[in-house]
Design a protein around this ligand. Sequence first.
Ligand SMILES: *Cc1c(COP(=O)(O)O)cnc(C)c1O
Length: 404
Amino acid sequence: MFDVQKVRAQFPILSQTVNGKPLVYFDNGATAQKPQVVIDAISKYYSEINANIHRGVHTLSQLATDAYEVSRNTIQAHLNAKYNHEIVFTSGTTQGINLVASGFAAFVKEGDEVMVSALEHHSNIVPWQFLCEKTGAKLVVIPMNEKGELIISEFDKLLSDKTKIVAVNHISNALGTVNPVKYIVAKAHEVGAAVLIDGAQATPHLRPDVQDLDCDFYVFSGHKVCGPTGTGILYGKESWLNQLPPYMGGGEMIKEVTFEKTTYADLPHKFEAGTPNIAGGIVLGTAINYMNGIGFDNIARYEQELLDYGTKRLLEIEGLKIYGTSEHKASVISFNIEGIHPYDIGTIIDKLGVAVRTGHHCAQPIMNYFNIPGTIRASFAFYNTKEEIDIFVEAVKKAQMMLS
Ligand SMILES: *Cc1c(COP(=O)(O)O)cnc(C)c1O
């Protein structure tokens, strides 16, 4: 049985007060809090095995290397990737997307098309714009509807043999929409296009199966799955990673270097130049094990309850509008209150101990679509409670009263 109080006790930060009030942390879409096992694992690494990896013959270096590779295997199993060399450690989702977009210049030429969706985070837009500027390819956008869902019939029409890659998120960070990524992959493959899925917002809520999705690339950030900041994963199909040129040059990514010619290391090291975030990479495995210990079925079921309850309670507030009303939604509620700037609500409820995100959520095209400057976004994690939702709703009501 899932016991939220037992889970909460594992997160030291959740028992803190902020501005003299108990912390209600509803900014999980920006970053997740860390359980004690993750905090302890970082300390243990630096206290007991700190050494550089893949280069020393000495004992600590081997211990560190082993722990790093065990973490890679943990993540391979978690994503159900076919090979462990399809798992590349990165600094986060942003770096993973930039790595692929930069390398894709080798496969894209003038007149080709690169497709993103209207629901993307800036980090899944701008790297593709770089690619288009560099190659003369055209950026094509899958449109969305009023509910914040992708218009799939339009996607079908936009696809053609000019499409070289489609980059979409699995779940929208701004609206919570769950996108039909499996369908998108299957359709894109029919025209020979590759697909990159931005899983930054999905991995905290579900366990992706990359072989079942059949995606070519899947990226996510460690810090959103209870892991350390500055960590992330790029999954790529072996055949794509073999074709893709390296992103950064340096130590560890080479086979042989002479001034005439350098040959690259085998996967995944070809993409892991320099000393990585060793502690972070190891502890990302700890975080993934922790999440699997809670169980993604439990997480999904419980978060759905929070989403339903939060939606119902917020809709009691007069003049409140929720953006993102897709049937398939993660536990993210984006909203505004008539006549009040989101920033003002965020500032007042912070004084009451409630942490939410306000603004455009790095997704300005979505805000432009709705013709709003931004929203207030409450994003729930499995360690949040209905009692916290009550405190939050009362805080929003109080802010509304003060501001109108
Ligand atoms: C957070 C997020 C990103 C960026 O992740 P970083 O950890 O900042 O690199 C990209 N896409 C989505 C959907 C996100 O939620």
